[in-house]
Design a protein around this ligand. Structure first.
Ligand code: FES
Length: 318
């Protein structure tokens, strides 16, 4: 994703929702409104220090000039969350991408069950609001480590007709993912967002119950570094610069492009195939897609360089 696709914005408000979660409200600087969003969308956000991160939008759609996202402070993360928590103030400049609808309500469903793990709850605020506006029924299962970490509980409780079950590990309340999945009514769709263990459990339960088409997962991690940076060697031909870059077995395409000496500046954020920041146009060749952010259609003409690879030679619009 290139810098010109980012919208210059300003942080209007920062709220502490819990000890570890802050909610940021931002407005565009040079335009009256942001692009329309589909509930369940995420955006890439570039911090003033240059770090690019992916966050789900967690506000309603009634004010088109306002985007909201929330950040969990993770001291053992890659530095983005700490920068947002410790080095960000109201009034700061920030850049925000166009939104991507990563976890939309299924168009044929009118009854929805949501499972959220921790900060994975954020997309369910706009999704629950959208369900309510459409007159659909919605139930949220919200799992947190401690009751005090349920940062979005008051926001969610204010949404009419949303049924919410809270599970706090410190109070020995356990979410039984398999039971939720197997208990889905025929007309219901399930949406899950949270850490890999939660998604894995939901995916396996959905497969066992034959419900794959009605279970929608959103991860915020993706491949780990060891998986992302390995695979069969291949070659990338760069059509604009007319260069060839060899990608060895122990490097990702993104790493090979950056170390090729070609001066290429490919953005990245999660480096696990989740956020889409490192997407590059694919012009030809056999790609081995390993991301979890592109649709099958998008994969025909794009490749996620931090995790995906090629067979033989692939051609990139670089
Ligand atoms: S950097 Fe996030 S998908 Fe590649």
């Amino acid at each position: 994703m290139t810098k010109k696709l980012l919208i210059a914005s300003r942080i209007e408000r920062i709220e502490h929702l819990s000890a570890q979660v802050k909610r940021f409200s931002v407005r565009p600087v040079h335009r009256p409104t942001f692009p329309d969003t589909t509930p369940g969308s995420h955006v890439l956000v570039r911090h003033k220090n240059g770090l690019l991160r992916s966050y789900s939008l967690c506000g309603g759609t009634e004010d088109p000039g306002l985007y909201q996202f929330a950040v969990l402070r993770e001291t053992d993360g890659k530095g983005g969350s700490v920068a947002f928590h410790d080095n960000t103030a109201e009034g700061d400049s920030i850049h925000v991408s166009y939104p991507t609808a990563s976890l939309p309500l299924h168009p044929e469903a009118n009854s929805h069950v949501f499972i959220a793990g921790g900060i994975g709850v954020t997309p369910f605020v706009p999704l629950a609001l959208a369900a309510q506006q459409r007159g659909h029924s919605a139930t949220l299962h919200y799992a947190v480590r401690t009751a005090s970490a349920a940062a979005f509980k008051p926001t969610l409780q204010a949404i009419p007709r949303l049924a919410m079950e809270l599970y706090a590990s410190d109070q020995n309340q356990r979410l039984d993912v398999a039971a939720v999945v197997s208990g889905l009514a025929p007309e219901q769709h399930l949406y899950v967002c949270g850490p890999p263990r939660l998604l894995d459990a939901a995916g396996k339960a959905a497969q066992a119950a034959g419900l794959n088409g009605r279970v929608h997962l959103e991860s915020f991690s993706g491949l780990d570094a060891a998986e992302a940076n390995s695979g069969d060697p291949f070659t990338a031909y760069l059509s604009l610069s007319k260069r060839t870059v060899d990608v060895p077995a122990n490097k990702s395409l993104l790493q090979a492009l950056r170390s090729s000496g070609s001066g290429l500046d490919v953005d990245s954020s999660c480096e696990g195939g989740v956020c889409g920041a490192c997407r590059v146009t694919l012009l030809g060749g056999d790609a081995v897609h390993r991301d979890i952010c592109l649709t099958p259609r998008e994969r025909e003409q794009n490749i996620i360089t931090c995790v995906s690879r090629g067979k033989g030679t692939i051609t990139l619009h670089l």
